[in-house]
Design a binder for this molecule. Structure first.
Ligand SMILES: [Zn+2]
Length: 408
């Protein structure tokens, strides 16, 4: 007896599987169909072939109406749980220097958000985060990584990770939770005292509560040194939190080498990483996370040359880096930028935003359309991947299916 599908998507102009086996990273099946049951994909392929291996008789049929079918996006890097707003700072910084904005009395930077976040309760933080994730879902995101790091004391960091847990339950998008107590330094302690505090108190609390899968640090000039980063991430590893790193965004401290040394699941930003560092990361199997929209939002002086990443042999992921300093929810826009501004091909960018981001989040059950994977997929209102990349600012997402259920 054939397995019975409960939903089948038909009539796609092309199905982009993002299967790892294909040379371009984006296998295309013209006119393909996807059959699923109980939240998992049963078969992907031309409709006749699917009909030979799956019983479609009782399945609900969804017509893709000559649009593209692709895996749900996986947003590999966000700071989406935070209190307050930095819209005033963003607007002021469009025409004035940081010094002028600070002198004008507008609260700025990570510490401004820390104080706004500490003063908000779980409910208010959760409500704002649910709204943000709802906007991400409407742009095709079905899994999102979310970091703490605007608490910088134990109760506030635990509060943010608790919001991650509640957020995962409150809406359809899956959350991947990351502890990032080492996002900045709080004013109450010396830097060395705070590093000890992260290691001796925060990491054991987070691990005991089971509130995070990863531990991340901001390794850069003015933030955490390579030695401090190594101590924190090794403590995380010992407690069962896999390491990630914000590396080389504003200077080359050697964060990429640390990522290679600890065989991290991902290293993120990498604007100043030299070619040799990229190559060492590739050899160690570290996925590089590309975030064009934050570089745009901060008008970064050195946008990523992602062709260097491809030539170094790196596995690449894409994130929006939604955060108070760069309010971006759209993975389609991140892909459009990754292509035009950073030099990825449409196939490379789509693969990065799906299969690559799954890898950066340590997930092997999603990011490609294949039998056995989670039934996380989306239908676009454009006929080809190239049309999606070409229509800058257009949200092509017409339908989103999460774990086999139509949610958009
Ligand atoms: Zn970040």
């Amino acid at each position: 007896m054939l397995p019975r599908a409960d939903l089948v998507v038909v009539g796609a102009s092309e199905v982009l599987t993002c299967a790892e086996s294909s040379a371009t990273g984006s296998e295309r099946i013209a006119g393909g169909s996807v059959a699923m049951a109980d939240g998992r994909i049963l078969a992907v392929g031309p409709r006749d072939e699917i009909g030979a291996v799956v019983d479609l008789a009782g399945a609900m049929v969804m017509d893709a109406a000559a649009g593209v079918v692709a895996p749900g996006f996986i947003d590999a890097h966000t700071h989406l749980v935070f209190g307050g707003s930095r819209a005033r700072e963003y607007a002021a910084r469009l025409t004035r220097s940081r010094e002028e904005v600070v002198a004008s009395g507008i609260p700025t930077g990570i510490m401004a958000t820390v104080s706004m976040t500490r003063s908000e309760g779980v409910d208010a933080l959760l409500d704002a985060a649910v709204e943000r994730v709802g906007a991400m879902l409407a742009h095709g995101t079905t899994t999102v990584e979310s970091k703490s790091g605007y608490g910088l004391d134990t109760p506030s960091e635990l509060k943010l990770l608790e919001v991650n847990r509640l957020l995962d339950e409150a809406q359809p998008v899956d959350l991947v939770s990351t502890f990032m107590g080492a996002h900045d330094f709080p004013p109450e302690l010396s830097r060395e005292q705070y590093v000890d505090h992260v290691i001796d108190e925060m990491i054991p609390c987070v691990a005991d509560a089971g509130l995070a899968r990863f531990c991340d640090v901001f390794c850069d000039d003015g933030y955490y040194t390579v030695d401090q980063s190594r101590r924190i991430l090794e403590a995380g590893i010992a407690a069962g939190l896999a390491p990630k790193i914000h590396a080389d965004q504003y200077s080359d401290l050697g964060g990429a080498d640390l990522a290679a040394e600890l065989a991290m699941v991902s290293a993120d930003h990498l604007n100043f990483t030299p070619i040799e560092g990229l190559q060492r990361m590739a050899e160690a199997g570290v996925t590089a996370v590309l975030m064009p929209l934050i570089d745009f939002a901060v008008q970064h002086p050195r946008p990523i040359r992602a062709r260097d990443w491809v030539e170094a042999g790196l596995s690449i992921a894409i994130g929006t880096d939604l955060c108070p300093g760069g309010y971006a929810v759209s993975m389609p826009l991140a892909i459009q930028f990754a292509c035009r501004w950073n030099g990825l091909s449409p196939d490379e960018a789509l693969h990065a935003a799906t299969a690559g981001s799954a890898r950066a989040c340590g997930l092997d059950d999603r990011g490609t359309l294949k039998a056995g994977a989670l039934a996380d997929l989306q239908v676009w209102d454009v006929p080809t991947l190239e049309d999606m990349v070409y229509r800058i600012g257009h949200n092509p997402v017409r339908t989103v299916i999460k774990r086999g259920k139509v949610v958009v």
